[in-house]
Design a binder for this molecule. Structure first.
Ligand code: PBG
Length: 334
């Protein structure tokens, strides 16, 4: 009698047979606590303007943002990330409005923190919403983005934000040395609790297009790009170098951006450094999923949840996503 090896040698489908088994063996899950909700704020009262390239996203004045903050809190979303829509008349080549202590962001932060002190507030440290040319830094006469003079302005911006009570400052500019400069300035100012989430591996990506529409920097930027400071999409080792530098300079958390096309980078960063690692599912990723869903080509809720879970599987501790509210409504309450 011939003894046959059992066929097949294993049956992975046994663990997929029922919902209870799938629930039992699932390796990664998404929680509301993984979500950071990016929002666009503008001046005025009762002002609500849709962003056409980001269906469901609006630019809101502070009074209309407060109920959104309340929703985040009640759903268990830990942090809201603020992005300003600055009036064209306040934009200058040097972006001085970025460190105006009475500017839009400081007023919105103060308003949020006085109403909802327990909601985390994160702010971008970058000049592009404030510059008349839409770049994230100061330019020399040839149009090249200057590094060290830009860092000086970023430091002032971060200090203003910390002083008004921001919990997490998030430099998204990709200048060299800015994390160290900001950390040093925060320490000297006694702002020892301000967390830094560094946009460490931020690529020069075409997926930011709708965001630039939302903050009104797209027209100013015109045909120019950000390739002389944001990373080349062909690079992967360089992302580890950037993350290593930012951690050494004092970042508490690091970020990879964009998200879905860069999950390989998320995984490499997490494996290499084992620090809190975040991914930004950016405006263009949101726009593309929304557009397909609106056409009936994809199931909105299903692709939203699948895309967010994929970040967790890739090693991210959390995700910045414009879907945060929608996703949180579908997730178990904490
Ligand atoms: C600003 C900034 C950008 C984004 C976040 N912070 C745009 C850019 O670098 O041009 C993009 C976010 C998104 O696309 O959702 N420096």
């Amino acid at each position: 009698m011939t003894l046959h090896a059992p066929f097949p040698s294993g049956r992975p489908r046994r663990l997929r047979r029922d919902a209870f088994t799938r629930n039992l063996v699932r390796e990664h899950t998404l929680s509301v606590h993984d979500l950071i909700y990016p929002v666009f704020v503008q001046e005025g009262e009762k002002r609500r303007d849709a962003v056409p390239s980001m269906p469901g996203v609006e630019r809101l004045s502070l009074d209309l943002l407060l109920p959104v903050a309340e929703q985040c809190l009640s759903l268990g979303i830990p942090v809201m990330a603020l992005f300003p829509v600055i009036e064209a008349s306040r934009k200058t080549p040097a972006g001085d409005e970025a460190f105006n202590a009475d500017g839009l962001i400081p007023r919105v932060v103060a308003g949020l923190k006085s109403r909802f002190p327990e909601l985390g507030v994160m702010t971008d440290v970058a000049l592009d919403p404030y510059t008349s040319h839409g770049q994230d830094g100061l330019l020399d006469e040839t149009g090249y983005i200057l590094n060290d003079p830009t860092v000086e302005v970023l430091v002032k911006q971060a200090l203003v934000q910390a002083e008004v009570g921001v919990d997490i400052v998030a430099p998204s500019d990709m200048m060299d040395g800015r994390i160290g400069a900001i950390r040093g300035a925060l320490e000297s100012a006694g702002q020892i609790h301000t967390r830094i989430m560094a946009y460490s591996a931020k690529y020069a990506s075409a997926f930011y297009g709708p965001f630039r529409d939302a903050v009104g920097s797209a027209a100013n930027l015109g045909k120019s790009n950000k390739k002389v400071y944001q990373m080349d999409p062909g690079n992967s080792d360089e992302a580890l170098r950037e993350v290593g530098i930012d951690i050494a300079e004092g970042a508490d958390m690091v970020m990879v951006k964009p998200g879905m096309p860069y999950l390989d980078i998320v995984r490499r960063v997490k494996d290499e450094f084992r620090v809190p690692t975040f991914a930004y599912q950016v405006s263009g990723e949101y726009a593309m999923l929304k557009a397909a869903a609106q056409n009936g080509w994809l199931d909105h809720d299903a692709v939203m949840m699948e895309s967010l879970l994929a970040f967790k599987r890739a090693g991210a501790d959390g995700v910045l996503t414009y879907f945060a509210l929608d996703a949180a409504r579908l997730l178990p309450k904490p």
